[in-house]
Write a protein of this length. Structure first.
Length: 143
């Protein structure tokens, strides 16, 4: 397993590239129709993965009422980058505040990537990322 860190400003993403894990018992799996999205793991025989490239990032809004109260911290989320380069299955793992979590998730869902690819076949593959957004108040409360 390898990882790639992409950072700019207060937002960072950690990309975790997953290789295909061998199944304990071989079972025939029906092939998806051409219009279906590929499976959640790289195709069999994919030994090397080309990492996804972040091409559009949206910074989360920091609500004034939270910043003025000194409510700050880091929101951590886990999601997939689809074969189309979009964010899917986003789950908040940690957050100092529910509202900050919502604003971070809204921003993360707008991120777009050039999808990860299997180097051998050139096919786009789904990978999983951990995204972080740090909210830091500029002024202490009451000043």
């Amino acid at each position: 397993m390898s990882s790639l860190r992409v950072a700019a400003g207060t937002v960072a993403a950690f990309v975790v590239l997953l290789g295909a894990a061998p199944e304990p018992t071989p079972t025939p799996t029906p092939r998806p129709a051409p219009s279906e999205t590929p499976s959640a793991t790289p195709e069999e025989g994919c030994e090397e993965i080309e990492a996804p490239v972040l091409v559009h990032r949206v910074e989360p809004q920091y609500p004034d009422f939270l910043e003025s109260q000194g409510i700050e911290g880091t929101v951590v989320a886990h999601s997939a980058i689809t074969t189309e380069g979009e964010i899917a299955d986003l789950k908040i793992l940690e957050s100092p505040n529910e509202t900050l979590a919502r604003f971070a998730a809204d921003a993360f869902r707008q991120w777009r990537y050039q999808p990860a690819r299997c180097k051998e076949s050139g096919s786009p593959i789904r990978v999983y990322v951990t995204q972080r957004a740090t909210f830091k108040a500029k002024h202490a409360p009451g000043k």
